[in-house]
Ligand binder design. Structure first.
Ligand code: CMC
Length: 431
């Protein structure tokens, strides 16, 4: 019980004391604004670049305990979901807050399956990209473009309209992701196959050629299912914060989700798995690892796929992925980069630099190896992250829209620039 807990703050500039309520282990930043406020001066603000210690919302979607390596969606441990559930069931759980009944599940799967097709004009838009366009750039622009096909989506206060867009987005992401992949290869885009499961259909749209029916290897479809479950949500990370921040302007969900895709594109976030693969290829042979590690310690570069803002002992997703690596390699043969990754991990985990900073492999360290074994080029890796993360973004977006406490996101700043300069015209300055 924390209701009666307070924090007493003494402002040594004035000697005044303030009592701030503590609720759920937090104090309201707005309460600090009362401290030292005069007619001429604003009150105190808190300064927190990167929001390292600022809660932006109350949320019931995903729970993380970074010290203990715990990740739960709606209270269910990630390990159990990865072992026993499917991606679409997890997506339902994230969006609706509880597990579906059989009828709800069947209806949900049916709805998603029958919304996988995209408007032909969107296909033309994708075809307009250069042959070497990055698939994440293609994905983020085509998801943004979806808002123009469903203008009713901007009516975000109508639950049925919201539901329709949620279904469309989850359904169409694999289609757009797969077509971005085919585009780079100059291969024809493959239409969805409604007889297949979500991940099987994705594999079909990626790899089908002239055969009548594509039959994906069930072990690969299962591995992809596990990877999708692991990536479905991760509370208030950079891209989710982008979705919430942009969504707080009450824009439609396609625009908000494309902001999330843009955030995920960056190498410090979802782009890390692509960077890991490039790093492993650059290291090439285990003999080059010590020199590489020395460079990291000198600050020349980062060991990509290591470290996390929240997980400080291990990333539970990385543990599950390591198991999936074995299953996939059983089908595809071992990726020679695995040896370098394992050796890199072994050396780093014994090195004082990484141990003292609590830097452990994160979800991206091994996922790239699986993706490469599945014949994806590194540019596709972040697309494979964005597709499943869509359900998490949307669960968080719905929570935002329903949250009466939320306002348009608008952080404060500490202004450090000049003031009250006299402007002289260009003619005067250049004469
Ligand atoms: N390699 C070498 N040093 C590192 C690394 C790394 N991967 N990560 C952190 N450090 C060092 C950092 O230089 C700092 O050292 P010092 O205290 O001497 O200045 C210390 O560890 C603390 O790091 P930080 O940058 O303050 O930590 P952060 O919480 O701001 O950053 C991170 C977290 C994930 C951005 C960072 O660890 C990183 O850049 N890792 C590599 C990129 C990566 O793998 N990203 C995927 C994250 S998991 C998937 C996802 O959620 O998108």
């Amino acid at each position: 019980m924390t209701e009666n807990h307070t924090l007493t703050v003494r402002d040594n500039r004035t000697g005044e004391e303030y009592e701030l309520p503590i609720t759920d282990g937090t104090v309201r930043a707005g309460d600090f604004a009362k401290i030292g406020k005069t007619d001429d001066e604003p009150g105190l603000a808190v300064y927190d670049p990167g929001f390292t210690n600022t809660a932006s919302t109350r949320s019931a979607v995903t729970y993380i305990d970074g010290d203990k390596g715990i990740l739960e969606y709606r209270g269910y441990p990630i390990e159990q979901l990865a072992e026993k559930s499917t991606y679409l069931e997890v997506a339902y759980l994230l969006i609706h807050g509880e597990l579906p009944t059989r009828e709800q599940h069947d209806q949900w799967v049916h709805e998603i399956t029958f919304h996988t097709f995209v408007h032909e004009n969107l296909k033309s838009q994708l075809q307009g990209f250069r042959y070497d366009a990055h698939p994440m750039g293609m994905l983020l622009s085509s998801v943004g473009a979806l808002s123009t096909f469903y203008p009713e989506a901007r009516n975000i206060s109508d639950p049925q309209i919201r539901h329709d867009q949620v279904v469309r987005l989850i359904a169409k992401m694999p289609t757009l992701g797969a077509w971005s992949f085919r585009h780079a290869q100059g291969k024809p885009y493959v239409y969805p196959d409604n007889d297949l499961t979500y991940t099987e259909n994705f594999l079909s749209m990626l790899f089908k050629m002239s055969e009548q029916k594509y039959n994906p290897d069930p072990r690969l479809a299962k591995a992809l299912e596990v990877l999708f479950i692991l990536h479905a949500d991760h509370e208030q990370n950079c891209s989710t914060n982008a979705v919430r921040s942009v969504g707080s302007s009450q824009v439609d969900p396609y625009s908000a989700v494309s902001a999330g895709i843009a955030a995920l594109y960056g190498p410090l976030h979802g782009g890390a798995n692509e960077a890991v693969l490039k790093m492993l290829k650059r290291i090439k042979v285990p003999e080059n690892i010590p020199a590489f590690i020395e460079g990291v310690k000198k600050g020349d570069e980062k060991l990509m796929g290591f470290g996390h803002r929240v997980y400080k002992n291990f990333d539970p997703r990385a543990t599950i992925i390591k198991k999936a690596v074995d299953d996939v390699f059983e089908v595809t043969g071992v990726n020679p980069l695995l040896e370098i990754a394992q050796e890199l991990e072994r050396i780093a985990l014994e090195d004082e630099y990484f141990v003292s900073r609590k830097l452990y492999p994160n979800v991206d360290f091994y996922s790239g190896l699986i993706y490469e074994a599945l014949q994806f080029p590194p540019e596709m890796f972040t697309v494979l992250f964005a597709i499943p993360r869509t359900s998490g973004w949307l669960a968080q977006w719905i929570e935002l829209v329903d949250d009466k406490e939320q306002k348009i996101a608008r952080p404060k700043q500490i202004y450090t620039g000049d003031r009250r300069l006299d402007f002289t015209s260009a003619e005067q300055r250049w004469s």
